[in-house]
Design a protein around this ligand. Structure first.
Ligand code: PBG
Length: 355
């Protein structure tokens, strides 16, 4: 509370006197009546006044799949993250469930021989992702499974859609995305997560799900997904990076735009999304805040491969404390309004939270 100018406050501490502190001036600034450090002094006060919390319920663990048996292959730019064959992915799902992580997200590394111009492997009901969903559902029935609906792991050119005259064709791509979503739903996927940024795909997928007997399937729309350079390590992980010709600026959002994200989210909700995503995370927390503030719908954020790699690489050099930046970055996502965070740190963060 600021004191009136003409009424000097007589209460002056010894310490304030010594420092030449003038009560009236300080009171006008709120000090010393207000000392924000009082609440920060002890662990117990910090816990009492804490505004946000992070729990294992907030974590979604992205897993990379590869064909084979008992096979794990490292991803150079993502130390600690590996592509797993289905049997090992089942083990990872069990671990996630034990740690209390509510859901995992599956991303396939597709053999080069199975990639083509139109992503035909994406709609194969026995493709790697569909087989993994079936196996995990059978062995770990209580964990949520999220599948990416996008064509980039399946195209020979690395784009998220079908090219017509050298350009990703929106409506032709939607036809394939719908078929992809249906084989994933059929396999038992709980949440379909279109990450492709075609216009109108949420409505088309929702209509197809209703029509084909999947009214309970959830849709998590990557609604505000930016054409970001933070996806680099992911593209190596799914093997699309080296193949990608050009960039994704023609369908993913311009990093310079904020208001446009709100239009994207409004459309996806109207078309039938149950949850929306903002991606990437740390560099886009303003967008996350605006989306949550405007729509009050379940809003997730993707702490992308590049964010993970930056933190882990710096920690490997001894420049950052891995555990601390991990927890701080996840808490920042919560503070900005995230209901859950896709993070490659999920199992480590869960273990940390369990103490
Ligand atoms: C595919 C997809 C991408 C990511 C998730 N789904 C890459 C891209 O759009 O190029 C990025 C995830 C990450 O960087 O961790 N559409």
């Amino acid at each position: 509370m600021a004191a009136p100018k003409d009424k000097p406050i007589s209460l002056r501490t010894e310490r304030a006197k010594r420092s030449g502190f003038k009560a009236a001036e300080g009171a006008r600034a709120g000090f010393p009546a207000t000392r924000l450090r009082r609440n920060r002094r002890s662990d117990w006060t910090r816990r009492l006044v804490r505004e946000n919390t992070l729990s294992t319920d907030d974590l979604i663990w992205p897993l990379f799949l590869i064909d084979g048996d008992k096979k794990r292959t490292p991803i150079a730019a993502m130390p600690g993250v590996e592509r797993l064959s289905i049997d090992l992915a089942v083990k990872a799902a069990e671990e996630a469930a034990t740690l209390g992580i509510p859901a995992i997200a599956l991303f396939p590394y597709t053999e080069a021989s199975l990639r083509d111009e139109t992503a035909s492997e994406a709609v194969n009901p026995t493709n790697l992702v569909c087989r993994a969903v079936r196996a995990i559902k059978r062995e770990v029935p209580d964990i949520g499974i999220i599948c990416d609906v996008a064509l980039d792991p399946y195209t020979s050119h690395g784009h998220d859609g079908v090219l017509v005259d050298g350009e990703v064709d929106n409506d032709r791509t939607i036809e394939v995305l719908v078929a992809q979503a249906l084989v994933q739903a059929e396999a038992g996927c709980d949440i379909l997560a279109p990450s492709d940024m075609m216009d109108g795909r949420i409505g088309a997928i929702r209509a197809a799900l209703e029509e084909h007997g999947f009214p309970k399937a959830l849709i998590l729309a990557y609604a505000a997904k930016y054409a970001s350079s933070f996806y680099g390590p992911f593209r190596d992980a799914v093997g699309s990076g080296a193949k990608l010709k050009g960039d994704k600026l023609g369908y993913q959002m311009d990093p310079a735009n904020g208001a446009e994200a709100l239009r994207e989210v409004a459309l996806d909700i109207a078309e039938g999304a149950d949850m929306v995503m903002v991606k990437p995370g740390l560099a886009y927390l303003d967008i996350l805040w605006r989306v949550k503030d405007a729509f009050h719908v379940p809003t997730f954020v993707y702490q992308t491969s590049g964010e993970y790699s930056m933190m882990v690489a710096a920690a490997e050099r001894g420049w950052l404390d891995r555990d601390r930046v991990m927890m701080e970055s996840l808490m920042a996502c919560k503070r900005a309004g995230a209901d859950a965070v896709f993070t490659y740190f999920a199992p480590d963060a869960a273990r940390k939270l369990k103490g």
